[in-house]
Design a protein around this ligand. Sequence first.
Ligand SMILES: CC(C)(COP(=O)(O)OP(=O)(O)OC[C@H]1O[C@@H](n2cnc3c(N)ncnc32)[C@H](O)[C@@H]1OP(=O)(O)O)[C@@H](O)C(=O)NCCC(=O)NCCS
Length: 167
Amino acid sequence: MDIRPCTDQDLEALRSRWPAAGDVHGKHHARQSAGHATYLVAWRGDEPLGSGMVQWDGCVGPAAREAFPDAVEINHLQVREEFRGQGVGGLLVRAAEDLAARRGRTQVALGVGVDNPDAERLYLRLGYEATVVLDDTEYDWVDEDGVVHHEVERDQVLLRTVRRPAG
Ligand SMILES: CC(C)(COP(=O)(O)OP(=O)(O)OC[C@H]1O[C@@H](n2cnc3c(N)ncnc32)[C@H](O)[C@@H]1OP(=O)(O)O)[C@@H](O)C(=O)NCCC(=O)NCCS
């Protein structure tokens, strides 16, 4: 498996092999091009397995920003359904942490829906610690019929300290 920041060439492969309504891949890639984030994608050959973002400008939710102003946030973590439970999500988190540590960032935050105990279990196993900080995250998504759905999700912030690699 290869985990790397999404290149221009990768973007075209992503759009055709893993179509997402609302051009989600394009939006994440544009945010990366503007220097605000890194859009990491896991590949097996030319098949995209999953992806996640590292937000260099810090946590997205206001409560998390205030409580942890120096943290980077990993968000939009998603593994395609048919590839879940094979370690892809865990490796994406570790790759994001490595990037953060190489940039000298030591605090990594993750928001997990309070109704998503499966994902929370993974993050706790990866060494993240629960905090008492909660944020309401609002987002829109477009379904296959082009209908826009507005969602409000209550997220608990989890935190992990990472170390800059030696050498
Ligand atoms: C959460 C997610 C990214 C994990 O990716 P993954 O590649 O399946 O994870 P790994 O194989 O590295 O680790 C497996 C662990 O992920 C969690 N997990 C498994 N299936 C899951 C699912 N459908 N939804 C949420 N978490 C799941 C469990 O903790 C599992 O551990 P277990 O086998 O002991 O139960 C992936 O399941 C997913 O995309 N879920 C839907 C979107 C989502 O919830 N994203 C997280 C937002 S915070």
